[in-house]
Design a protein around this ligand. Structure first.
Ligand code: ZN
Length: 197
């Protein structure tokens, strides 16, 4: 990947001018194609003749994705109150604060959707005693890849709803960390805790 600097120039086809023009790289606010918002202060190639944005270089993609992600709505799931307690206790067991709960769920969804952990038994957790209870607490998760991973996991584990997937994942976390502790997994997770705390 070629990295451009502010002030670099390159020839490119400008759609407004309908010709090959010289472009200069500058920081600009660029509107999304569906006009739902603007990406602020991103390096783009601007036509010297008509001042339109002509090139969005590959190096700007992570910055654009970060701003797109911030605008996305979180994934909300309703769970019974004891699910939050199970998560908080799993975090304590790992030496983490309760606010590590969301990272823990995202780690599991990632591992399960990528087959780094088997997902076939996930559904059985939803038939356990602990799965029951009135869902009056909320888990709110934000991530750029989580939505796709949950969709993958729903089909792999044959669980219909997103809330069902989140509930099964929390029950698996409780099982792996507190009921039948998995030493290797717990050590890996302690490494993640150290990296984010
Ligand atoms: Zn132009």
């Amino acid at each position: 990947m070629k990295i451009f600097k502010v002030g670099d120039s390159q020839k490119a086809i400008c759609e407004s001018c309908q010709s090959i023009e010289n472009t200069t790289f500058q920081l600009r606010d660029v509107p999304f194609s569906d006009e739902s918002g603007t990406v602020k202060n991103v390096l783009v190639g601007v036509c010297d003749k008509c001042d339109e944005v002509v090139i969005i270089p590959q190096q700007s993609a992570p910055m654009i994705n970060k701003q797109l992600c911030a605008l996305r709505k979180p994934i909300e799931s309703k769970v019974p109150a004891h699910f939050i307690d199970m998560l908080n206790n799993a975090c304590a067991e790992l030496g983490a604060k309760p606010d590590f709960s969301n990272a823990l769920i995202k780690y599991y969804v990632h591992m399960l959707s990528n087959e780094a952990m088997p997902a076939d038994k996930l559904k059985t957790y939803l038939k356990s005693n602990l799965a029951a209870g009135k869902s009056d607490k909320r888990i709110s998760l934000k991530s750029s890849i989580l939505r796709d991973e949950i969709t993958t996991l729903r089909s792999k584990a044959h669980i219909k709803s997103t809330s069902g997937v989140i509930k099964a994942v929390v029950l698996k976390i409780h099982d792996d960390i507190q009921v039948h502790p998995q030493p290797n997994l717990i050590n890996q997770l302690k490494g993640v805790v150290a990296a984010v705390s």
